[in-house]
Design a protein around this ligand. Structure first.
Ligand code: SAH
Ligand code: SF4
Ligand code: F3S
Length: 444
């Protein structure tokens, strides 16, 4: 008689951070799937609970502490459950220590630099009662060939650089992700060819500053060169990239993107603030005028391109007049959409100790005004698309009632429309019939 397989162990993975963090979660899932673990949607019953954490704002950290608090109860009900904290939070020295002392029921703490040791540390955690804590202070070389388990079958994220050298004065990322390291073009191309072979049709290239890709390799490798190489890969219909730094986005690169068929006409260009004084204190390395010239170049070369951005309000020393300059920039540029954040002081970053920290009440009031201004513009821009035909990659069923399909345009706008499930994974033409602030409704 055939032996029944042992009941598979299950894992539950919570992701708190950015695309890099999602990508690391795919690597963790890859290790676990390799060992026969299966993903479960029910965290209470999981044998292994992993929190892949983010440190970029205090709110992100609070969510993790909240979840750790809840897990105490889960663990009491299910003492065999193993709890793992991974990601950017424990890369901060004091956080690793805090987790170990305040949440002693956490079994394993691992940082971002030593992810390739995940299996080894897991083995130790399975055998030891004490919390296994392993954090590397510095980054190692780029490790290729890590296993990974991708959730989507259509869209894939591919790292091109790790880390960041920019040290924007508010940002924790360079401290928790280390210095910028680029992967070799050939490794990236090989990974994407493999993805194409598996049926993926859209790839997003990931880096904290994709525009400085290749600089550290010192052999002439550049982001523009990489895009040209990728144009040759068959089977992938769309390339996207995240994130661009306005300082390093050259006019030449805009022209490359204009001529590249597969690179989408969407420019996510985080500006952060509209006042030159604040930009300088943020150490962003560009002025409002430079930014405006870049946007003009994009619009001149690629009519119809969408432009999105990130803003931080309430940076130390931001006066009402500075904030007015941000509102002014919003009206002048007319972004398709913006992610808006309240400045959150991060320990160890220069801005955390700058004079003129803005009161929470003022920050909140400013972010509401900014969102209001931007939402009105997003809606106007989307209404301007009524009647237009757009290419949509059908990604799945929409969460809305009514069994609609959902997908995105090349300009990264969400479109919902009626259609048959067979279309999932295909590129279709949709006519825009209705416009909302955050999405469009269309007809095949
Ligand atoms: N490398 C990317 C992404 C960094 S994090 C970039 O340079 O754009 C994503 C966004 O979080 C940033 O663009 C910024 O707007 C925001 N952010 C980063 N640190 C922050 C902080 N301390 N407080 C509030 N927002 C922050
Ligand atoms: Fe942070 Fe600036 Fe690097 Fe982006 S470019 S990750 S905001 S330091
Ligand atoms: Fe990303 Fe948050 Fe780390 S934004 S790089 S997961 S601190």
């Amino acid at each position: 008689m055939e032996k029944l397989p042992e009941k598979a162990k299950t894992y539950h993975l919570s992701v708190f951070g950015c695309q890099m963090n999602e990508r690391d979660a795919e690597i963790i899932a890859g290790y676990l799937e390799e060992r026969g673990y299966k993903e479960t949607g029910d965290p209470q019953k999981a044998d292994l609970m992993i929190l892949n954490t983010c440190a970029v704002r205090q709110k992100a950290e609070e969510k993790v502490y909240g979840k750790l608090g809840k897990l105490k109860k889960f663990k009491e009900d299910n003492p065999d459950m193993l709890i793992v904290v991974a990601g950017c939070m424990p890369q901060q020295e004091e956080v690793g220590k805090k987790i170990k002392s305040r949440y002693p029921y956490v079994d394993m703490v691992i940082g971002t630099h030593n992810l390739s040791r995940f299996p080894e540390l897991l083995d130790r955690a399975l055998g030891e009662k004490e919390t296994v804590l392993d954090i590397w202070e510095g980054e190692g070389p780029v490790v290729e060939g890590l296993p990974l388990y991708r959730r989507s079958k259509l869209k894939a994220w591919v790292n091109i650089t790790y880390g960041c050298n920019n040290f924007c004065s508010y940002c924790i990322v360079p401290y928790v992700r280390g210095r910028e390291r680029s992967r070799q073009v050939k490794d990236i191309v090989a990974e994407i060819e493999e993805l194409a072979g598996k049926g993926f049709v859209e790839v997003t290239l990931l880096g904290q500053n994709v525009n400085s890709y290749g600089r550290d390799l010192q052999d002439g490798t550049s982001f523009a060169g990489l895009l040209l190489a990728l144009e040759e890969v068959e089977g992938i219909g769309r390339f996207r990239y995240m994130t661009s730094h306005p300082r390093d986005f050259t006019p030449h690169l805009v022209e490359i993107i204009r001529d590249a068929e597969k690179v989408c006409e969407h420019f996510h260009l985080p500006v952060q603030a509209g006042s030159n004084g604040i930009l300088k204190k943020m150490n962003r390395g560009y002025t409002r005028e430079h930014y405006r010239d870049l946007v003009h170049k994009v619009r001149r070369e690629i009519p119809g391109a969408s432009i999105t951005t990130d803003f931080i309000v309430g940076f130390p020393g931001e006066t009402e007049a500075d904030f007015q300059e941000t509102l002014d920039l919003v009206r002048e540029i007319r972004f398709d959409a913006a992610f808006t954040f309240i400045y959150s002081p991060r320990r160890g970053t220069p801005a955390a100790n700058m004079p003129g920290q803005v009161k929470q009440q003022v920050k909140k009031e400013r972010i509401y005004r900014l969102i209001e201004e931007q939402n009105a513009i997003s809606l106007e821009i989307n209404r301007g698309l009524l009647g237009q035909k757009m290419e949509v990659l059908v990604e799945g069923e929409s969460k809305n009632a009514g069994g609609e399909l959902t997908g995105r345009t090349r300009t990264h706008k969400v479109v919902n429309f009626q259609g048959s499930r067979d279309l999932i994974g295909q590129f279709v033409e949709v006519t825009v019939k209705e416009a909302q602030t955050w999405s469009l409704t269309g007809q095949l």
